[in-house]
Design a binder for this molecule. Sequence first.
Ligand SMILES: Nc1ncnc2c1ncn2[C@@H]1O[C@H](COP(=O)(O)OP(=O)(O)OP(=O)(O)O)[C@@H](O)[C@H]1O
Length: 249
Amino acid sequence: MTAAIEVKAVDKSFGNVGIIRDLNLSVAKGERHAIIGPNGAGKSTTFNLISGHIKPTSGEIRLNGDVISGLRPFEINRRGLSRSFQVTNVFARMTVWENVRCGVLWATGHRYAFWKNVDNLPEVKQRTARILDDIHLSHRRDVPAGLLTYAEQRELEIGITIAGGASVIMLDEPTAGMSHAETDRAVALIRRLTEGRTLVIVEHDMSVVFGLADRISVLVYGNIIASGTPDEIRGNPKVKEAYLGEEID
Ligand SMILES: Nc1ncnc2c1ncn2[C@@H]1O[C@H](COP(=O)(O)OP(=O)(O)OP(=O)(O)O)[C@@H](O)[C@H]1O
């Protein structure tokens, strides 16, 4: 079967510093795949390469079989890939409802419908309401997003990322800065919302990684040193060495 994401022999240099070196990664359709690795290993850079925010120096990236390296982020998004960022990225002055509706408008083809009364579009209204319900933020719908708690903002962002109906979702450290209880809630949310889709996640919290991922890839110095099931990764000596002194289970 065609992979959802296929990264082949990708290199990325900033100036003459090689950050990503011969990166090869395959994520099957419907799989939840985590990318882990020490600080500065190149995880966010890998995300930015796949989502088109930066271009590879060489190599090729495919989404559902089609080459996407070289395309711009919005073109890749239209082809079915949606991502969140490490830093919370919601519109602080817009309400929760308006934030989600933005994502829905994009997905339903009303991309530039600024002149329309968009609340009169039943499909948009229903879909926005359903997503708010899914992310358990219906009771906060009229609150400006900037006034939500930090964890609620991250949940909203996850909601917006999936609002577009993309088949491939990429989340960059979705539980960073959350308490244990908030993390558990976010993981349950992510698991539920990505059911039947492909998920790629960058995450430092190993309990999240090992609880959520079907497969894990370990990135060290811009290169994937191991890819496998959580059990394979746990028992891999190269991974243990890269995480010397740290607990990975
Ligand atoms: N635009 C850029 N220009 C120059 N160097 C960059 C740029 N973006 C990232 N880097 C460098 O690339 C390396 C990898 O950074 P990246 O943010 O991808 O790592 P990471 O694995 O996501 O780290 P962390 O876990 O700390 O978030 C770092 O040394 C960083 O300084």
